[in-house]
Design a protein around this ligand. Structure first.
Ligand code: MFK
Length: 194
């Protein structure tokens, strides 16, 4: 045992998340963090192409249309794809907190099957922060933003620095990303938060 605490319930001394003063305004689209990201990248032909929008407080929304390519059982979305959509939506919360954070733990409840062509209405919200840990939750509803919950997730994201990607990523993609001044500018701006 490492002694690491991985519970999804924030500890008693966790603090409320604080929306960064320069966070995108409610309703504003949050850009992709990486063109080739499977969740949000526009340059990723196999991806989900999620486009999150900032909500009130530290929350985001997004819509995801389930395509034929996302099937698990005939005519139904694969659970891993749905978990990815939740994960990506949760990851967008970092833009409102203005921190770079990666998924540490993601627990997903699959409540209803999601047929192909369904639009999943995603909503994610940060609940608490404890040190580098961000406790957050997300839902995916069908039929509309107030429709029945089909999938739900609770997660802990862990704040990291740009060096996390430089140290762990594959050389060719890292070099390409570092050669893109816009990408480096955004990442470094996040590091000098607040
Ligand atoms: C550019 C923007 C990028 C945004 C990406 C969004 C994409 C969508 C989200 C994703 O899918 S990210 C990809 C999937 N996730 C990963 O690849 C993360 C892989 N894991 C790691 O790299 C490390 O395990 C991790 C950075 C999460 C933690 O390692 P560290 O060595 O930096 O942290 P450390 O072990 O010192 O733990 C720091 C705190 O976090 C806690 N922690 C660490 N791992 C945890 C975990 N797995 N679950 C819950 N809590 C965790 C840990 O208990 C501790 O809490 P305390 O400060 O209270 O002691």
């Amino acid at each position: 045992m490492s002694g690491r605490t991985t519970a999804l319930t924030p500890p008693g001394d966790a603090v409320p998340p604080v929306r960064h003063p320069e966070a995108p305004a409610p309703g504003e689209t949050i850009g992709s963090h990486y063109e080739h990201c499977f969740g949000c990248g526009g340059g990723q032909p196999h991806g989900l192409h999620l486009e999150a929008r900032a909500g009130e407080g530290v929350s985001v929304t997004a819509e995801f249309r389930v395509r034929e390519a996302h099937q698990g059982a005939p005519g139904l979305a694969h659970g891993g794809v749905l978990a990815t959509a939740l994960d990506e939506t949760l990851g967008s919360l970092g833009w409102l907190l203005r921190v770079i954070a990666v998924t540490g733990r993601l627990e997903t409840d699959f409540v209803r099957p999601v047929p192909v062509d369904t639009v999943l209405h995603l909503q994610a919200e940060a609940l608490a922060v404890h040190g580098r840990k961000i406790y957050c939750t997300a839902t995916g509803r069908i039929g509309g933003p107030d429709g029945p919950v089909a999938v739900q997730a609770d997660a802990v994201f862990v704040e990291v620095k740009v060096d996390h990607f430089i140290a762990n990523g594959r050389k060719q993609e890292i070099q390409a990303a570092l050669a893109d001044p816009d990408q480096v500018k955004v990442a470094r701006a996040f590091e000098v938060n607040p």
